[in-house]
Design a protein around this ligand. Structure first.
Ligand code: SF4
Length: 385
């Protein structure tokens, strides 16, 4: 046991000093099995969280709007997509979207998170960009106070490809139309061998990184995510984290006007996922222990570069998310008000959270809570202590 713990102590000491961990350092941490070693990793992640962002746990009042589940792609983990005309397929009208946003405003939401399938008919009445801009501009016109957190790098590439324009053209138009930030989704695992199996039609690693970096250069903040716990190896998980760290370093070192605001770990839920991947992974729900160790290692690997870390209560359940707050996370995410993508995959965490439920949960682990906006400007008047 001693021979295992010694190198870990050296690695963790590096992390505490703010020195970037190497790929080998990260893999060493992630492959620990001894309880004592794992406890030390958890404590280090918790200490770093405390030093970097304090004890306060933040949350955002937001609403998800998935405007369509009709999608041209066939990702092997996705239980959300439908073909047009298939049972369960939907494509919301602008009026339905406005209605959902109005409900969110009434519930004090500061953010609408909007993403959807890649609907080939989005451009029937003009260009694809016209359709996406209409969503954005209508929402901003009706509810100028709402922050629009919208459209993944995959959606940006879809619009650019459909319309024959550059990623910059798409991002500038969306930004100027009213998009305030972009979800760093569609990252899954940033490794092309994994992507070829789980999402063969999606943008590759290089394109995902290019689009996110372009957003930062153009002043659009993004989040960052990882879909973990399916077929990827510890080495691929660590390489994914290093990609995110490098992306943030690029934004900071080049003085780009926007950056990665947070890292969100999204464990794979396979209950309703397409059969082949589900069978290959061999289980329906995430393994909490694996998720917690990766949560802690992500905090240590991303160091001071990305200080905000969020677990997914939809995928882990509220109790699992509360545990993650003790393994390096400092934010519990949003109220969501409705959630389709993970719930259709068979997640058991629920589809919406009341603000009070989140606040009580945070208090139950003796941590203060505070409402934030999408880009982590804290709404300080709502601090509870
Ligand atoms: S994950 Fe997104 S891109 Fe992939 S099939 Fe589902 S909706 Fe389409």
């Amino acid at each position: 046991m001693l021979s295992q713990i010694k190198p870990i102590d050296t690695i963790l000491a590096k992390g505490k000093k703010g020195i970037d961990l190497s790929e080998n350092d990260g893999i060493t941490l992630l492959t620990q099995t001894e309880e004592a070693a794992i406890t030390t990793i958890r404590q280090t992640a918790d200490e770093l969280r405390q030093q970097q962002v304090g004890d306060t746990v933040t949350y955002v009042i937001n609403r998800n709007i998935n405007f369509t589940n009709i999608c041209e792609q066939h990702c092997n983990f996705c239980a959300f997509r439908r073909d047009e005309g298939q049972a369960g397929a939907f494509w919301l009208s602008i009026e339905q979207i406005i209605e959902k946003a109005a409900d969110a405003v009434q519930k004090q939401a500061t953010e609408i998170c909007m993403q959807g399938g890649l609907h080939p008919q989005a451009k029937l009445k003009g260009t694809s960009l016209d359709y996406y801009l209409k969503l954005v501009k209508t929402l901003k016109q009706e509810f100028p106070q709402l922050h629009l957190h919208a459209f993944s790098p995959q959606e940006v590439q879809f619009i650019a490809r459909e319309d024959g324009i550059s990623y910059s053209d798409v991002i500038i138009a969306l930004r100027d139309g009213g998009v305030g930030s972009m979800p760093g989704t569609a990252a899954e695992i940033l490794d092309d061998d994994v992507r070829r199996i789980i999402c063969p039609e999606k943008i590759n690693t290089q394109t995902w990184l290019e689009i996110v970096s372009t957003a930062h250069r153009l002043g659009v903040p993004t989040t960052s995510t990882m879909l973990s716990g399916h077929i990827e190896t510890p080495q691929q998980q660590i390489q994914h984290l290093i990609h995110l760290r490098n992306l943030q370093k690029t934004a900071i070192e080049n003085n780009y006007p926007a950056r990665i605001t947070e890292f969100v770990l999204l464990p794979f839920v396979g209950k309703e996922a397409p059969q082949p991947l589900r069978k290959r992974v061999g289980r329906d729900q995430p393994i909490l222990e694996d998720n917690l160790l990766l949560t802690a290692v992500a905090r240590i690997m991303l160091g001071n570069w990305i200080p905000n870390h969020q677990p997914s209560w939809v995928k882990l359940g509220l109790n699992g998310a509360l545990k993650a707050l003790q393994w390096g996370c400092n934010d519990i995410g949003g109220t969501l008000m409705e959630e389709h993508i993970t719930t259709m995959a068979g997640a058991q965490g629920g589809t919406c959270m009341e603000v009070k439920t989140l606040q009580n949960a945070i208090q139950s682990i003796n941590r203060p809570y505070q409402q934030r906006d999408t880009v982590y400007s804290h709404l300080s008047s709502l601090k509870n202590r």
